[in-house]
Design a protein around this ligand. Structure first.
Ligand SMILES: *Cc1c(COP(=O)(O)O)cnc(C)c1O
Length: 230
């Protein structure tokens, strides 16, 4: 990450690391924790909740859990009660449920709107031209705090093309910030561009990502199925 920042003259601290621990057991999280990592990403709700509960019971302090998988309405309660962040808001209904179900004793759930930047085969996320409307509605929900935008661009053979696609996300964030701040619909500017994985992290950093989500480059080849918690 430091090299990627240096290569495009960004400050090293301007990008944060989300370690994607999906399908890896709690021992992987413990090892990364011992090395100083605190923010972890999970795709599968039950697998994530099992890890969260286990590691909390062990007394690991200061962990921050991010839900980065597609979220169905029937799983929102578990997410609202256990996670700190959700990156994959692509429907108002899911956001409304998360807001209603977020326990009063917990901090607001930090959320990103997922954008389908390139209209790629990965169909999760709203179209860029629909992102403002969803962001506006999400910003009005009392128990959520809108932090930014997230995208999973399709792989590209041509790095320059991928860079151009990726630059669309921070640009969209700026536009939405301007629109919603001006109207007083957003109390604080969104500050998070969640973009970049093991294979495209450098390009994402060059494009302006502020949070890269890296799994296999940290933990190694992913097992096909989640490891049971233990
Ligand atoms: C699995 C996953 C990642 C991490 O992917 P790697 O290629 O292992 O770095 C990042 N973001 C999302 C949304 C994922 O599902």
């Amino acid at each position: 990450m430091e090299q990627a920042c240096a290569a495009c003259q960004r400050l090293p601290g301007s990008v944060s690391l989300l370690a994607v621990s999906k399908t890896f057991g709690p021992e992987a999280v413990r090892a990364a924790y011992a090395a100083g990592q605190r923010a972890f990403g999970e795709n599968y709700v039950q697998e994530g909740v099992d890890k969260i509960n286990l590691l909390r019971a062990e007394g690991l302090d200061g962990l921050e859990w991010h839900c980065i998988g597609p979220l169905q309405s029937n799983k929102t309660r578990l997410v609202a009660e256990h996670f700190d962040w959700v990156h994959t808001i692509d429907r108002l209904k899911v956001a409304q449920r998360l807001s209603e179900q977020r326990p009063a004793g917990m901090a607001p759930l930090q959320v990103c709107v997922q954008v389908n930047l390139d209209g790629g085969a990965n169909k999760s996320g709203v179209a860029p031209q629909e992102a403002l409307e969803l962001a506006r509605a999400v910003a009005a929900l009392p128990r959520l705090r809108l932090r930014g935008l997230m995208a999973i661009p399709e792989p590209h053979a041509d790095a320059a093309e991928l860079l151009a696609v990726m630059q669309g996300l921070p640009a969209l964030l700026e536009n939405i910030n301007a629109e919603l701040l001006q109207g007083g619909e957003l109390a604080q500017a969104m500050d998070t561009v969640s973009m970049g994985m093991s294979n495209d992290m450098d390009t994402a950093v060059a494009a302006g990502s502020t949070m890269v989500r890296v799994g296999s480059a940290i933990f190694g080849h992913r097992p096909a199925k989640p490891t049971p918690a233990g």
